[in-house]
Ligand binder design. Sequence first.
Ligand code: ADE
Length: 223
Amino acid sequence: MVKVPCKLVTWDDVVNWCKALADKIRESGWIPDVVVAIARGGFVPARLICDYLGIVDLLSVKVEHWIEAATMSPQARIKYEYTIDLTGKKVLIVDDIADTGDSIILTKEFIEKNWKPAEIKVATMQWISSVCKIKPDYYVDEVKEWIWYQYPWTRLEDTTQFIKRFLKEMKDKKVWTYDEIVNTFKEWYGIDVGEWFYKRALEELVKKGVLRKVDDKYEVISV
Ligand code: ADE
């Protein structure tokens, strides 16, 4: 039974969604002077959109997320604030997905206040309309039921986190074979990322001291 619904996104999906986004932006008659990628998820889409719209000015704002210990609620803040003058410029903020909307709201407010552009619009590939606090000006897919988009640029990071998550929830099971790990991954997330990612993620978990490799099995040390 799938515990976290996921969609395995391919590089081709990303290219097609960004072409569709660029078409929507062009058809709207609004062409930005500057594109701002929200780091890290917006990097690849922002770069493709610059190419497809012929834009040369690409900047980035790094948003970091953490869970506030006291409340266990997710928080977002801009990690490296810097000030530039964008007076009179039209700015397009790009992220991969508008989920809660927190990163986008934060970035938009930061840019408005500190960079003083003439206008700001937002583009994302996905918009989770059921939970998002804002609606992007441009988006490709409206997603009604929350799902994790497993984008190709977070494949190793997600695979590592996802394995760690079920090891933690099933912590009574202390010894795993490679096949048990892969099968549990597929059951929990409903996707298959392929051997290279499983192997690298397991190496990562061994390196971090979460797992220890004993012969051809994995022993859980601390999760
Ligand atoms: N980042 C924030 N929300 C996400 C989601 N639902 N899928 C992939 N990446 C995300």
